[in-house]
Design a protein around this ligand. Sequence first.
Ligand SMILES: Nc1ncnc2c1ncn2[C@@H]1O[C@H](COP(=O)(O)OP(=O)(O)OP(=O)(O)O)[C@@H](O)[C@H]1O
Length: 265
Amino acid sequence: MSSQPPAGFRRSFRLSRRDKKTNKSMYESKKSEMYDMADVPTYEEVTPYRRQSGAKHRLVVLVGPTGVGLNELKRKLLICDPQHFSVTIPHTTRAKRNQESDGVEYHFISKNLFETDIHNNKFIEYGEYKGNYYGTSLDSIRSVLSKNKVCLLDVQPHTIKHLRTAEFKPFVVFVKPPTVERLRETRKNAKIISGKDDKGSAKSFTEDDFQEMVKTAQSMETQYGHLFEKVIMNDDLSAAFSELRLALKKVESETQWVPVSWTHS
Ligand SMILES: Nc1ncnc2c1ncn2[C@@H]1O[C@H](COP(=O)(O)OP(=O)(O)OP(=O)(O)O)[C@@H](O)[C@H]1O
């Protein structure tokens, strides 16, 4: 098994994706040409879909560049309606700390079992940090959905295609940054975490972070824009949050177009 962390290191483990000294992403995705081909938009037959009451919710997938505010938006949704929204519990091979409980902060499993699960494609995204694996399993998504809750998941955009199934019917929201000028104004007091784990240190955004965020957002939109069902600009946080809430309400109550293949199972 390669010691290289995979491309799809889960965003919730975002802290580990930044090098503490350089603040650069440590786990850049390397994509083969074939992989890229799979991201090319192609014709897809769609059909109207409306969730029946009592049916599982569509999976809500949030994507956006590092630091754009995905966690903040998720946190606000969880706070405003904890009975309705939930997030997945990740797996890890790191040792459990005293105050932690298995199945609460993480599912703590052995390295052997984790590697078996990787082999059996149980993870939608996983990665390695300081010798420990961290990952998000498909079953952890299923577990949230089976409680009839809306599952909020943030992933790397190249993971979206693996989630586009009849089972998950993902509603993909792209959160994009405003201009660099507006980032400077709105993120004056904001902090980004630069280090994995609970000891990760928070630091202010730099000019480079803002430039990088805008640049990454542009390339994400170019490459994966056809997979985004909703684009929200996170300029003013409360406005972005309201827009997201409204979009999610509509997903639950109104008819949307989905690929025909999602309704044939
Ligand atoms: N619209 C906003 N205005 C001001 N500050 C914001 C806004 N949105 C997010 N922030 C702040 O920016 C910081 C980074 O946000 P957050 O941690 O949610 O980003 P993220 O997208 O989850 O980043 P990462 O990819 O690194 O996990 C936090 O301090 C957050 O409170």
